[in-house]
Design a protein around this ligand. Structure first.
Ligand code: ADP
Length: 178
């Protein structure tokens, strides 16, 4: 049984992530989507929310499970029985980053391989950070994320707008760490 791990922040899940997960689920017997607990970047959704959004996005895939994790990705891969880590590549910048991670992971866990899937050209420009920026400013994101994610982002930013209207001094950014 070939198990693969697709790790990421997924803040929130986008159609680009879903495309990679669907394709990986078609290659491996089982796919574990690992939602990283404490990313070193600004997040809008907490871990529980990110897991719930991802679960709903992938609920139709029978061989996929979504789990939160903390610590080293290779340790989580071993815990889940995954011998392969799947990542998505959008371009040269992703490549540099993924290449470094792959080499470090190989040093830490020689038994775990990394497999990169090229983005679907439709999602080449799509990353969660840009998505949140434009969503916070009211852009239509309905072709970039599933409907339940459109709604979840709408709720987050509506709450932020209310806070901003109430206190005019130094409003908290919707993209501040939670
Ligand atoms: P990001 O903020 O870049 O979406 P994540 O940690 O959530 O960061 O991404 C998890 C994995 O999904 C990474 O391997 C990333 O390169 C990949 N990924 C993110 N967006 C896309 C996309 N639009 N197409 C292909 N892969 C993607």
């Amino acid at each position: 049984m070939k198990i693969a791990l697709y790790p990421g922040t997924f803040d929130p899940v986008t159609n680009g992530h879903i495309d990679i997960a669907v394709r990986a689920a078609g290659i491996f017997d089982e796919l574990v989507v690992g939602v990283y607990d404490a990313p070193p970047k600004t997040i809008v959704f907490n871990t529980e929310e990110r897991v719930a959004l991802m679960k709903k996005a992938l609920e139709r895939l029978r061989n996929v499970r979504v789990e939160p994790y903390a610590g080293l990705t290779v340790d989580f891969a071993r815990q889940t029985g995954a011998k392969v880590i799947v990542r998505g590549l959008r371009g040269v910048t992703d490549f540099e980053y993924e290449f470094q991670i792959a080499l470090m992971n190989k040093k830490l866990a020689p038994d775990v391989e990394m497999v990169c899937l090229m983005t679907n050209v439709e999602y080449l420009f799509l990353n969660a950070t840009r998505l949140k920026e434009v969503a916070a400013l009211g852009a239509d994101i309905s072709t970039l994320v599933p409907q339940h994610v459109v709604a979840a982002l709408g709720e987050k930013f509506e709450a932020w707008q209310k806070t901003r209207r109430k206190s005019c001094q130094n409003p908290v950014s919707p993209l501040a760490p939670i």
